[in-house]
Design a protein around this ligand. Sequence first.
Ligand SMILES: Cc1cc2nc3c(=O)[nH]c(=O)nc-3n(C[C@H](O)[C@H](O)[C@H](O)COP(=O)(O)OP(=O)(O)OC[C@H]3O[C@@H](n4cnc5c(N)ncnc54)[C@H](O)[C@@H]3O)c2cc1C
Length: 124
Amino acid sequence: MGKLPVFIAGDVNGRIPLLAEAADDGHIAGYNSIRNKNHCFCRRTFIGIVFTHPNIAAVGTKYADLNLDDIVIGAMDYKGQSRAITALQNHGLLRVYAEKSTGKLIGAEMAIPDGEHLAQECRE
Ligand SMILES: Cc1cc2nc3c(=O)[nH]c(=O)nc-3n(C[C@H](O)[C@H](O)[C@H](O)COP(=O)(O)OP(=O)(O)OC[C@H]3O[C@@H](n4cnc5c(N)ncnc54)[C@H](O)[C@@H]3O)c2cc1C
């Protein structure tokens, strides 16, 4: 027993305490637990969520890590966002970062009502 590997899946490993991460951890642990050699997997795009009101969330590359020479930033002020107005929660800011050279969306940061859902969608 002394030399057998131990796989720690889910919140208990202290990585990112989110459901999809726990599910991935379980999949990886199950996959590796029945093999002689551990296989490394690419993990999902970074995500961070603070469950405040409004939610604060970041997905992918954060502003601080951008190469600003190659970035276009799109911003949306939630003062005028129709669903947020209807819910009387029209406050907050969403910013998305796209790479000029590739046209790829590489990150988003937000402090908006129900931002956790948008952040998780951006990540899929
Ligand atoms: C209020 C709240 C809101 C959340 N909202 C979201 C969200 O919107 N989106 C999202 O992705 N994640 C969310 N999360 C995080 C998500 O719930 C966790 O990341 C996920 O449940 C972790 O799964 P897990 O299997 O690691 O742990 P858990 O789901 O906590 O499962 C652990 C299980 O082990 C059992 N257990 C504990 N001790 C023992 C023992 N000694 N013997 C036997 N069984 C034991 C527990 O009863 C439990 O069933 C939220 C968490 C909280 C608390």
